[in-house]
Design a protein around this ligand. Structure first.
Ligand SMILES: Cc1cc2nc3c(=O)[nH]c(=O)nc-3n(C[C@H](O)[C@H](O)[C@H](O)COP(=O)(O)O)c2cc1C
Length: 324
């Protein structure tokens, strides 16, 4: 399949693996790239730019295909040393960066001067247009269904993607709720040039996370995620568990007066406990509604081959048959 996204990143299939905290290590990124997609290392999971440089070198040992790095611009006071992280990415010879969170404008000249293609993750048409205006090469349009931070507008992909297609000139991928060949064909029909998946890639053999996490995703239905931190305007879609129930009870009790400190036990330092130790009740962790469509734990190659075969079959048989 050839789209503007496969052309932009020099990849075989229009499938990107979104950055995921404590999931996007070299093992997963390399597996996705080796299977013909674009694997992404999560930059800030590496605690220093030096550690990121090592993770990039490790990934380079595992694949000779293109891969990228995610840089999430956080709304925090203790800002990570982003220019040094970007320098590590440049020196590692990586040619794709997935930016997310706050506006990456300040850092774009450094990336562009090194010939890096930038895909910015956005949850609204407004932000997508801004990304286009500041010179991003593509956007990843993340609908309300997505695992992680869906923004505050709550527009699902059936509306958000065609709205993005109406307004954008640069290519975009559909993100949030994508799982299989049906998702890919639907995304293309709605105007995207590919798709980005998060949750689906966690339930794969190569994802370097505890088996309990994979089992929890397979066991979950589309009804099992919750939105937390809306009162803090930092909404996150997470898998429901005891900690999430506690967090929601605090949000109800404290209302608009709630502060980050009130929920620190449920959200801070949670990822290593969940992803590495498999302590599934340790806190709130991102997971998409798409868990309802995930029923197995294949290898990344099996997953991507299956998606592409299913997409082709839908296009050539089901859809072509309807207009014949
Ligand atoms: C466990 C987990 C951690 C994530 N961490 C990040 C992150 O650090 N930075 C980021 O930009 N997106 C992060 N995301 C969002 C994904 O990159 C992707 O946009 C999202 O998962 C797409 O929705 P889906 O889960 O329905 O496929 C995370 C998602 C999950 C499930």
């Amino acid at each position: 399949m050839k789209t503007r996204i496969t052309e932009l990143f020099g990849i075989e299939h229009p499938i990107i693996q979104g950055g995921m905290h404590y999931v996007g290590f070299a093992e997963l990124a390399a597996a996705v790239s080796n299977a013909g997609g674009l694997g992404i290392i999560t930059g800030l999971t590496q605690k220093t730019p030096e550690l990121l440089a090592k993770e990039i070198a490790k990934c380079r040992e595992m694949t000779d295909k293109p891969f990228g790095v995610n840089l999430t611009f956080l709304p925090t006071f203790a800002t990570p040393p982003y220019p040094e992280y970007i320098q590590a990415i440049i020196e590692g010879g990586v040619k794709a960066i997935e930016t997310a969170g706050r506006n990456p404008e300040k850092y774009l000249p450094q990336m562009k001067a090194a010939g890096i293609k930038v895909i910015h993750k956005c949850t609204s048409v407004r932000h997508s247009l801004k990304a286009e205006a500041i010179g991003c090469d593509a956007v990843s349009v993340d609908g309300f269904e997505c695992g992680g931070h869906p923004g505050e507008d709550d527009v699902p992909n059936f509306i958000l993607l065609p709205r993005a297609a109406e307004e954008l000139k640069i290519p975009f991928v559909a993100s949030g709720g994508m799982a299989d060949g049906r998702s890919l064909v639907a995304a293309l029909a709605l105007g995207a040039d590919g798709m980005n998946m998060g949750t689906r890639f966690i339930a794969t053999q190569e994802a370097p996370v505890h088996q309990n996490v994979k089992d929890a995703i397979v066991a979950a239905s589309e009804l099992d995620t919750r939105l937390v931190m809306r009162p803090l305007r930092n909404t996150e879609r997470v898998l429901r568990n005891a900690a999430v129930d506690r967090l929601i009870a605090k949000e109800k009790a404290l209302g608009a007066a709630i502060k980050f400190e009130d929920i620190i036990d449920e959200v801070a330092g949670v990822y290593p406990k969940i992803m590495t130790q498999g302590e599934m009740e340790a806190g709130a962790w991102s997971c998409g509604m798409v868990a309802g469509l995930i029923h197995d734990v294949p290898t990344v190659k099996e997953l991507i081959d299956r998606i592409m075969a299913e997409a082709e079959q839908i296009i050539r048989q089901r859809l072509a048959g309807m207009v014949a």
